[in-house]
Design a protein around this ligand. Structure first.
Ligand SMILES: [Zn+2]
Length: 80
């Protein structure tokens, strides 16, 4: 099966956008100060989308049977 790169309706090649949130957890000492040595850092992925830099359309990410990234349906049309 030949892979075809995800292409927008406007024929532009799509890029993948990964939405991530950074969180940091601190323990608090008896005086109410943050204990810097107890920092725990988290990175959470909230979603991915395929985006067009040309017209601003975004598309749902899907994967083919070989787990390669392909374009799903339109998520948003144009730039916000
Ligand atoms: Zn486009």
């Amino acid at each position: 099966m030949t892979y075809i790169k995800p292409i927008c309706d406007c024929q532009n090649e799509l890029i993948l956008t990964v939405h991530e949130t950074d969180s940091m957890n601190f323990h608090i000492n008896k005086k109410g100060n943050l204990i810097k040595s107890s920092v725990k850092h988290f990175k959470e992925t909230h979603g991915t989308e395929l985006a067009c830099t040309q017209c601003g359309n975004t598309y749902v990410c899907e994967f083919d049977i070989e787990k390669r990234l392909i374009r799903g349906g339109v998520d948003r049309e144009g730039f916000d």
